[in-house]
Design a protein around this ligand. Structure first.
Ligand code: NOJ
Length: 533
């Protein structure tokens, strides 16, 4: 399938703005800081930046609790800074994607203040209010993702409101057409300002059961897992009617030229693909997070790819994600050598790749001491390892004070190895993970097969994952070793013939391959082969 649109051929890069670059020494990253780092992103070679929320917010959930959808929080800068960012991004050929958080507002949003002010306020029904159960307890058993009941009692009006996340994040009522209109206008506000699309927060949560039925118990829930997983979210997420809501958002996107709608969705593949929508008029890219929790071995990754390729509706464009601000860093999850294999995997699979800031320099999960915890999830549900601070630490730019991130005290601690593991240092090392990322991005740009070529799995055993991306004029054979042991591959059938484009160890480019291939432990290679079948 040919990539004809920019978001099909492009590479996305997520910036968590609090941690990217601080320009005013308050220890928190900001928009002028990001502007200063655009040349880095251009050099890296990515095409689009997705910015986690930058809107006014009490920061109970670090920006995912919005109190004004059409402003900029002063900690990040001003609207003039935003306009400067979009102009500078576009001038350097980068697209800018904003985070749209339509499922919930902050409890300080004027809409919620009005809604909670009285039962007959005209905005009462913009949120989800219910009477308590006959015993006065919550209306049903629904649980918050961040621990405890999802219902908060409001003494002033004697009802409960629903919050899928923190009690400071009341859920909007998307069954109310006024809410839809208001949010569509928010989208238009930013689209008119020039943003190239949205990543929509928890899009599969937007509609809840109209009858407010209890969720059933999860028979597989084990101690040590977050308490909300004790129930299956049968009636709180992934409701059929959500697809109408998404189609409505898509119509707004389509009022503008060349914009993209990306949905944040944690669902099994067979449910996920429904989010492309009827006639593909849903999300352009329902985020595919399968790699985030995949057991890291060749066979399970192979079957995930096969399942995804098989499940995609005709014409749907695939995508892959390796990290984000909610999940442990890939380099910590799989180790530094496999992080390189993971990079090669991400950038050679069929589908738009999304990189998480810092993964290109191999940033690891940073240990957070109890007194340093900022994440409300960790604070509410301590001790289970759910904390997200460790993957949100400041970008490591150089060996200077605070890694060049800030002249103030960073809001989260820096990795203690930043003097070595930083952009400046790794840039100077030709074999670094950063230069591997650059080379992979360059190859993706250079070889049409890596973007538009088909995905052809090749049977392999044990620790090897092998596939071909077959393009019009040539193909790229990808051979990844997920194990520590070296492997010798001899096979005429898979067309082991061509020129080695890149090894994850960065020392074999140009090697001629003819009939056999020696791979070291934890090595991946890409081989340019003449077009076959
Ligand atoms: C998903 C976001 O990615 C996460 O960071 C946030 O806490 C929840 N949505 C609630 O908005």
């Amino acid at each position: 399938m040919n990539a004809t649109l920019w978001w099909q051929g492009g590479i996305f890069y997520q910036v968590y703005p609090r941690s990217y670059q601080d320009s005013n020494a308050d220890g928190v990253g900001d928009l002028p800081g990001l502007i200063a780092r655009l040349p880095y992103l251009r050099q890296l070679g990515v095409d689009a930046v997705w910015l986690s929320p930058i809107f006014p917010s009490p920061m109970a959930d670090f920006g995912y609790d919005i109190s004004d959808y059409t402003g900029i929080d002063p900690v990040f800068g001003t609207m003039a800074d935003f306009d400067a960012l979009i102009t500078a991004a576009h001038a350097s050929g980068l697209k800018l994607i904003l985070d749209l958080v339509p499922n919930h507002t902050s409890d300080r949003h004027p809409w919620f203040l009005e809604s909670r002010s009285s039962r007959d306020n005209f905005r009462r029904d913009w949120y989800i209010w219910r009477d308590g159960a006959p015993d006065g307890g919550p209306p049903n058993n629904w649980l918050s993702e961040f621990g405890g009941s999802a219902w908060q009692h409001d003494a002033a009006t004697g009802q409960y409101y629903y919050h899928a996340f923190l009690s400071q994040q009341p859920d909007l009522n998307w069954r109310n057409p006024q809410v839809r209109h208001a949010m569509h206008d928010v989208m238009r506000f930013w689209l008119r300002r020039g943003v190239d699309g949205f990543r929509v927060d928890v899009i599969w949560h937007l509609i809840k059961d109209a009858q407010f039925r209890d969720n059933p118990a999860n028979p597989n829930h084990r101690p040590g897992h977050p308490p909300n997983e004790a129930l299956l979210p049968l009636h709180t997420t992934d409701q059929d009617e959500v697809h109408d809501v998404i189609a409505g958002m898509r119509r707004v996107i389509d009022e503008f030229d060349q914009r993209v709608l990306i949905g944040e969705i944690y669902l099994p593949i067979e449910r996920l693909v429904a989010y492309y929508g009827k006639n593909l008029l849903g999300a352009h890219l329902p985020f595919n997070f399968a790699l985030l929790s995949a057991p890291w071995n060749a066979r399970s990754i192979e079957s995930i790819i096969a399942e995804y390729e098989e499940a995609l509706p005709p014409g749907a464009w695939p995508n892959w994600v390796l990290g984000n601000h909610d999940r442990p860093r890939i380099a910590s999850r799989v180790g530094p050598e496999q992080a390189r294999v993971a990079a090669m995997l991400l950038l050679s699979l069929r589908g738009t790749p999304t990189l998480y800031y810092g993964d290109e320099i191999g940033m690891r999960q940073v240990a957070i001491a109890p007194g340093q915890v900022r994440d409300p999830f960790e604070k509410n549900v301590p001790g289970l390892g759910v904390g997200r601070d460790g993957c949100r630490t400041p970008m490591q730019w150089d060996a200077g004070p605070n890694a060049g991130f800030s002249n103030g005290v960073p809001w989260l601690p820096l990795a203690d190895d930043f003097a070595r593991e930083n952009v400046r240092n790794l840039d100077a090392d030709p074999a670094s993970i950063l230069n591997l990322y650059k080379a992979l991005i360059g190859l993706r740009r250079q070889h049409q097969a890596l973007i538009s070529g088909s995905y052809q799995p090749i049977a392999a055993k044990e620790d090897l994952l092998i596939y071909r991306r077959a393009g019009e004029s040539n193909s790229v054979l990808v051979v990844l070793n997920f194990g520590d042991d070296p492997v010798e591959l001899v096979s005429a059938e898979i067309g082991l013939k061509g020129e080695l484009l890149l090894s994850t160890v960065m020392d074999r480019t140009g090697e001629k391959i003819a009939g056999s291939l020696d791979l070291r432990g934890n090595e991946g290679v890409m081989i340019l082969t003449p077009r076959t079948g």
